[in-house]
Design a protein around this ligand. Structure first.
Ligand code: PMP
Length: 310
């Protein structure tokens, strides 16, 4: 009888980097007493890599630093070192296109939640060649408004990109149960916040609206899109406003799209079963998607840490 060789999941192929060591991803491990595993006591970033260039590496690492600072976790390496680990990991995995995930946990501590027990933060970096969802440009997302709400700042500051995504996951479960691809999370007041891992925009005529950045994770793709618009990618007519938005503002829009490192710029087809616009990608979505794709290809927007000072 021939023995069945277990398949390795694609995301486990190649190497990962744990505390500066390059180890096979399939067997890479962190302690069972790690605070992120026990309590979600850690932070993370996802970074896209195109043509061997890491897009917006500096803003991602700055946000990682801000998240650490807020949670009083001291990053175990400096930004240059982390940039070096990422570059080396991509090289070892022979990847020039893909997604990088950087996680910093408060580290191992005796299993009580007292943060003073975890004194050596853990760094884990993994890379993937492909996004979790591959969506051709003509295919949009179907969204459902979840009853689960975005964490308000009085519970956990939403600008911190922490390893606490449980309400996002519960919202996504709700969306899946409703036959949608993804969820829209409202805030405690019932205003539109964001998606589990993306930000949202809606266009009415020449006005593009998006919720203000203080009640959401202020996405780097969101900032990039705002910058592309300011630089004229969508023509001179379009005005952008960051404002409190209700579900009404989504239902009545001519186009709605979502943005994020994993999703890129993707149009929204339906929300709660209601078609948005004509159900296809709107003109502003298309222009921004093209401009963003081009920017990733050129990789010129942000200086690359690794090449700085060279
Ligand atoms: N909101 C949340 C809650 C997220 O997790 C993400 C993904 N990082 C985003 C928005 C989009 O942010 P970015 O464009 O920086 O990937």
């Amino acid at each position: 009888m021939s023995e069945k060789v277990p398949e390795i999941a694609p995301y486990k192929r190649g190497f990962a980097c744990v505390d500066g060591e390059f180890v096979p991803a399939a067997t890479a491990s962190v302690s069972i007493f790690d605070h992120s595993f026990l309590y979600g006591d850690g932070v993370f970033e996802s970074i896209v890599c195109r043509g061997g260039r890491l897009f917006a590496l500096r803003p991602h690492l700055d946000r990682l630093w801000a998240s650490c600072q807020y949670l009083q976790i001291t990053p175990p390496y400096d930004q240059e070192q982390i940039a070096g680990f990422i570059t080396e990991l991509l090289r070892r995995n022979e990847l020039s296109e893909g997604y990088v995930r950087v996680v910093i946990s408060r580290g191992e501590g005796y299993p009580v939640s007292d943060p003073r027990k975890a004194v050596n933060p853990t760094l884990v970096i993994s890379v993937q060649g492909a996004p979790a969802v591959v969506r051709p440009p003509e295919v949009g997302v179907k969204l459902a408004i979840a009853s689960t709400r975005r964490t308000p700042a009085i519970c956990l500051e939403p600008r911190v990109k922490s390893n606490n995504y449980l309400n996002h996951i519960v919202a996504k479960l709700e969306a899946i149960a409703a036959g949608a691809d993804d969820a829209i999370l409202l805030d405690l007041d019932g205003n539109v916040a964001e998606l589990p891992v993306a930000n949202i925009f809606a266009r009415h005529g020449d006005v593009l609206s998006t919720p203000p950045s203080n009640g959401i994770l202020a996405g780097i793709t969101r900032a990039t899109v705002l910058r592309l618009i300011a630089e004229g990618a969508t023509g001179p007519e379009l005005t952008v406003v960051q404002r409190v938005m209700a579900a009404y503002d989504l239902f009545t829009a001519e186009e709605v799209f979502i943005v994020g490192t994993g999703t890129g710029v993707t149009f929204v087809e339906t929300i709660d079963g209601r078609q948005i616009g004509d159900g296809t990608a709107g003109p502003v979505t298309k222009r921004l998607r093209d401009a963003y794709t081009e920017l990733l290809r050129r990789g010129e927007l942000e200086p690359q840490l690794a090449s700085e000072g060279a």
